[in-house]
Design a protein around this ligand. Structure first.
Ligand code: NAI
Ligand code: MG
Length: 330
C-alpha cells in the first residue's frame, strides 16, 4: 500500500488535482490518499501557508503530489519550503513535444535538472536599510553542486539523452558559479562516454529558441533552472505541458511546473496534462512502470485525437472533461 499525500493548494492547483485524484482512483493501485492544506487559502484560515500537520503528513508518505499555490507577500513559499524540508535536492523538468499539440518545435525531448535547495532561493534576504537596501543571499556549495551534477549524469546515462550541458554565469559570478562549473566537470570524469558542454545562462536562453534540439540534459542552479524551464515549456505548448519531480534520497515530491494561474482559475479550463504527466512520473518513482506507461499513452492518444481539449489547446472542453477523456483511454 502506497501512502500518497496530496496538496491541492490554490487556484487551478485545486482543479488539476481533482483530475489527478480521478485518474489515481481509476488505476489499479493499492493507494491511501491523504489530503493536506497549503497556500494562500490555507493562510487565510490558519495563519500559515504550510501547517506543521501538512509537513508531518508529507514526511511520512511514500510520495507527495502538489498542485500549485498563490504567493503571499510576507510568507515563505510552501513549495520551496517543502522541497527543502523533504531534502529533495534535484528538480527534474522534462520538456517534450507531443503529437497533435501546436508547438514551436515538434521534435524536442530534453531534461532540465535544477538544483533545488540553495542558490538565490535560499530565501535569505537581509534588510540593510528599510525600503532602501536589501540583500539576497545566493548560496552555492560544492556538496550540492556535485550532487546535482551526479543526478544530471545519471539521468543522461539511464534515459539515453544525447549530451549534458552545465548552465551557469561564471564570467560574472566567478566564485559561486565557479564552484558550480568545477563540480560539474569533476563529476564528468566519472562518465567519460557522455558528451559534455557548458554555456552561460544568457546564451542558453537564446539557444533554447534557436537550436533547442541540440540539448540533452541541462544541469543548472535554482533560479536559472526556474526561468529556463518556463521558457522551455513555451517551446512545447506552454505550462500546461510541463511536469516536474523533486527527488531526494528519502522523499519524492511531484508537481506541475505551473502556478495557480489566477487569470483562468475558477473557470475549470486549465489544461490537466502537466498534472497528469506529473502523476505518471510519480508512478515511475514508485516503480509502477507499466501503469505509468499506460497513463502516458492515454494522454498522448487524447492529445493526438484532438477531440476533447481545453481552450489553451484550441478546444472547448473543461479540465474535468479532458481528464475523463484520458481516463476513458486507460
Ligand atoms: P502561472 O504558471 O500560474 O501562469 C502563467 C501563465 O500560464 C498564465 O497565463 C496561465 O493562465 C497559464 N497557465 C499555467 N498553467 C496552465 C494550465 N495548466 N493550463 C492552461 N494555462 C496555464 O504563473 P504566474 O501567473 O506567474 O503566477 C500565478 C501565481 O502562482 C502566483 O501567485 C505565483 O507566485 C504562483 N506560482 C506558484 C507556483 C507553485 O505553486 N509551484 C509556481 C509558479 C507560480
Ligand atoms: Mg517557476
Amino acid at each position: 500500500m502506497y501512502k500518497i499525500t496530496v496538496i491541492p493548494g490554490d487556484g487551478i492547483g485545486r482543479e488539476v488535482m481533482e483530475g489527478a485524484k480521478l485518474i489515481l482512483d481509476e488505476l489499479n493501485l493499492n493507494l491511501s490518499i491523504n489530503e493536506a492544506n497549503a497556500g494562500n487559502g490555507c493562510f487565510k484560515k490558519t495563519g500559515t501557508t504550510l501547517p506543521e500537520e501538512t509537513l508531518k503528513k508529507a514526511k511520512s508518505s511514500d510520495a507527495v503530489l502538489f498542485g500549485a499555490t498563490t504567493s503571499t507577500p510576507n510568507e515563505k513559499s510552501p513549495i520551496i519550503t517543502l522541497r527543502k524540508e523533504l531534502k529533495t535536492y534535484a528538480n527534474l523538468r522534462p520538456i517534450k513535444s507531443f503529437k497533435g499539440v501546436k508547438c514551436i518545435y515538434d521534435d524536442l525531448d530534453f531534461l532540465i535538472v535544477r538544483e533545488n535547495t540553495e542558490g538565490l532561493y535560499s530565501q535569505k534576504e537581509e534588510i540593510i536599510k528599510e525600503n532602501q537596501e536589501i540583500h539576497a543571499l545566493r548560496i552555492i556549495t560544492k556538496k550540492a553542486s556535485e550532487k546535482i551534477a551526479e543526478i544530471g549524469f545519471k539521468q543522461c546515462e539511464n534515459k539515453n539523452y544525447k549530451n549534458i550541458t552545465c548552465v551557469h554565469k561564471s564570467n560574472v559570478l566567478k566564485k559561486t558559479d565557479g564552484i558550480f562549473k568545477e563540480s560539474f566537470y569533476k563529476i564528468a570524469k566519472k562518465y567519460p562516454n557522455i558528451k559534455t558542454n557548458d554555456y552561460y545562462v544568457d546564451a542558453t536562453a537564446m539557444y533554447l529558441i534557436r537550436k533547442p534540439q541540440e540539448f540533452g540534459v541541462i544541469v543548472t542552479s535554482n533560479l536559472f533552472g526556474d526561468i529556463l524551464s518556463d521558457e522551455a515549456a513555451g517551446l512545447v505548448g506552454g505550462l500546461g505541458f510541463a511536469p516536474s519531480a523533486n527527488i531526494g534520497d528519502e522523499h519524492g515530491l511531484f508537481e506541475p511546473v505551473h502556478g495557480s494561474a489566477p487569470d483562468i482559475s475558477g473557470k475549470n479550463i486549465s489544461n490537466p496534462t502537466a498534472m497528469l504527466l506529473t502523476v505518471s512520473i510519480m508512478l515511475d518513482y514508485l516503480k509502477e512502470y507499466e501503469i505509468s506507461k499506460n497513463l502516458k499513452i492515454a494522454i498522448e492518444k487524447t492529445l493526438k485525437e484532438k477531440k476533447v481539449l481545453t481552450p489553451d489547446l484550441g478546444g472547448i472542453n473543461s479540465t474535468i472533461e479532458m481528464t475523463k477523456a484520458i481516463k476513458n483511454k486507460l
